[in-house]
Design a protein around this ligand. Sequence first.
Ligand SMILES: NC(=O)c1ccc[n+]([C@@H]2O[C@H](COP(=O)([O-])OP(=O)(O)OC[C@H]3O[C@@H](n4cnc5c(N)ncnc54)[C@H](OP(=O)(O)O)[C@@H]3O)[C@@H](O)[C@H]2O)c1
Length: 267
Amino acid sequence: MFSNKVIIITGSTQGIGLKTAELLVRMGARLVINSRSPQKVEATLCYLKEITPHVIGIAGDVSNYEFCLELRKFTIGSFGRIDILINNAGVASSGLMKDIVPNAFEKVVNINLLGSIYPTLACIDEIRQRKGSILFIASVAGIVGLPNYSAYAATKRAIVSLAESLRSELTDDGVFVGINYPGFTENEEQKTMINAKGEEVLLQKRRGIKALSRERTSEKIIEQLQKRKFRMYCSFSAKGVQLMYRIFPQLTLNILRHYRMKISSMQ
Ligand SMILES: NC(=O)c1ccc[n+]([C@@H]2O[C@H](COP(=O)([O-])OP(=O)(O)OC[C@H]3O[C@@H](n4cnc5c(N)ncnc54)[C@H](OP(=O)(O)O)[C@@H]3O)[C@@H](O)[C@H]2O)c1
């Protein structure tokens, strides 16, 4: 199904994006790798070119619309078309809202929200022509707002609304729009987050949380593209939170309030 499909994955030089790219190139796809760091793009290309020659990469910030136009041009110039866009680039953030400086919010909104909107705007016409797919990577925090994660949760919830609107709008175009909810997934050692001061700092190793492997989360992303399923929950916990919030919204919010200290200490 992915053989010769041209796929852009934003933020694909580590973590879930890289693992998804690796699985897709093994399935015959033509991949466009991206992240802000030219060194990481270069290293990722070296790694993936061991598997296939059909992989290219471009460094740049997806929260910059001009760069997204460049990403589109680069992809079409190299592979002739765009079939699938996976809006994966994102950054974790934490901090109590009373402590968060405005600039921290701005950074999280730019990367997590505009960083999904701008590549979509840049590629939408091309994907419509191809009757292709646009996938957004949300989070459990996009189902219900979690204490200590206001900025992250707000951006991930906004992405869900965006995907819902876009899906309705593109109904007659044969384009698949999906929203993926990864659960806690094992982190790369170099994974960063934005703290309350707006600094991008290394995320501390997760303690006491059972995380899915990156491979498992990536397999769910690929399964979602194959089945063209609008919502995909990657873990039982993500599915559980969604069910709980749908059936017992007030109870869910009360539980989150009760366990706010414990949740705040999770990353
Ligand atoms: N890991 C989890 O447990 C989990 C759970 C739920 C949802 N998610 C979501 O899944 C996605 C991937 O998460 P992950 O854990 O794999 O993250 P990660 O390890 O931090 O990787 C993020 C990738 O995005 C790139 N990136 C960040 N900002 C960018 C920007 N403005 N423009 C272009 N590239 C950018 C990073 O490289 P550069 O720094 O070089 O730009 C990196 O390649 C995110 O949207 C995240 O919110 C993750």
